[in-house]
Design a protein around this ligand. Structure first.
Ligand SMILES: [Zn+2]
Length: 372
């Protein structure tokens, strides 16, 4: 859900995207401001003025959310942690940061950057709302944006992982104990607790008649709880994979294909018969590339009889690979980061096997079922 979105450009080397849910929220916020908030606070305004103010305010609001996320990114990048993209979605923004921070100090600064940005923006808008002698719309818009930014800053400082405040807490626990795993476990436990508090608070609101706020609160709580539980599951998975190597679970009986095979033959004689999804392309014991169902699908059907495998494959120098003694936890993050399904296992320039997401999942499943 968080991956999809409409690209809207780049800033500081980070790709910016709008998730589809964003459009719904944008419309809702604009509508609530234009027909609810502004007409109530400024009853003398014309409908056109209220609508204009509503649109400008909600654009600046989403700009503020973006600024919050960008400040996380800029601090992360200044510490050498790459940030691939920022997606604005229903509850705000999500930065796709592909690495865990290297030290508690880094995490502390990275996590705090966002809320600090929101509080700073809140202060600036709040100051603007006291300006006199300017068109009435300016202080009116700034007043709402001031409070909403202060709210964003404070809300994100709630110490439940994966909220920013939870990350701050995790960095402090990590700094005290020197144990990232233990710190993540504690912080995500508190995150789940905060999520349940929100859900119960929401239910209480619903039963006392304030159902609109109740539903919102419960939804946010549910989102927080599942995000925290997700981070904890990921930690458990990492722990299970840690200390095991690729050679333990890779597929060894690698089916290889020659480069001058036609794509049609690859499909009929290899993919359909073996059920495998990915084949090393090998000539005279030398690996030239890797061809997968994905590459075949990218080629029009009518070209299959005439095109050769080496025209469809990914050349070896562009292929990502792992070594037999590599840690499974690092393989999992490689697969997730690049959203790929399998990697060749390479030793001394030879493909000695393949490792797929399925291998990792069945490794985890078996251990979970045995209770190990
Ligand atoms: Zn943040």
């Amino acid at each position: 859900m968080l991956r999809g979105g409409v690209p809207i450009g780049r800033a500081f080397g980070v790709a910016l995207r709008l998730n589809y849910s964003w459009f719904i929220v944008f419309a809702l916020v604009t509508w609530a401001l234009a027909f609810g908030y502004f007409p109530t606070v400024h009853p003398r305004w014309s409908l056109a003025t209220s609508i204009t103010a509503g649109v400008i305010t909600s654009l600046l609001f989403f700009g503020s959310v973006l600024a919050h996320e960008l400040s996380h990114s800029v601090v992360a990048q200044s510490m050498g942690i790459p940030v691939r993209s920022i997606t604005l979605f229903i509850f705000g923004g999500v930065s796709e940061i592909t690495q865990e921070p290297k030290s508690p100090r880094d995490e502390f600064r990275m996590a705090l950057a966002g809320p600090m940005c929101s509080l700073l923006l809140g202060g600036i808008f709040w100051a603007i709302s006291y300006l006199r002698g300017v068109p009435e719309m300016i202080p009116a818009i700034a007043f709402w944006l001031g409070w909403i930014n202060i709210f964003l800053g404070v809300f994100n400082l709630i110490p439940g992982f994966p909220l920013d405040g939870g990350r701050v807490l995790r960095s402090l626990l990590w700094w005290r104990s020197g144990n990232l795993r233990g710190a993540t476990r504690a912080a995500s436990g508190i995150g789940r607790g905060v999520g349940y508090l929100f859900i119960f608070g929401g239910i209480w609101f619903i039963f006392t008649g304030n159902w609109f706020n109740g539903i919102w609160l419960a939804l946010i709580g549910w989102f927080l709880e599942s995000a925290a539980a997700g981070s904890y599951r990921q930690l458990l998975m990492q722990e299970m994979l840690q200390g095991h190597t690729v050679s333990e679970i890779m597929t060894r009986d690698c089916l290889v294909v020659p480069p001058d095979l036609s794509v049609e033959q690859l499909v009929n004689e290899h993919i359909l018969k073996s059920g495998r999804r990915c084949f090393p392309v090998v000539r005279d014991g030398h690996v030239e590339g890797l061809v997968s169902i994905h590459d075949v699908r990218a080629m029009p059907r009518e070209a299959w009889p005439t095109k050769r495998v080496n025209e469809a494959m990914i050349p070896f120098d562009k292929v990502k690979w792992v070594t037999p003694d590599q840690d499974l936890a690092s393989v999992m993050s490689l697969l997730t980061e690049d959203d790929i399904n399998q990697l060749p296992v390479v030793q001394d320039h030879n493909i000695v096997g393949m490792i797929a997401r399925d291998n990792l999942l069945s490794f985890i499943r078996t251990r979970t079922e045995l209770g190990i």
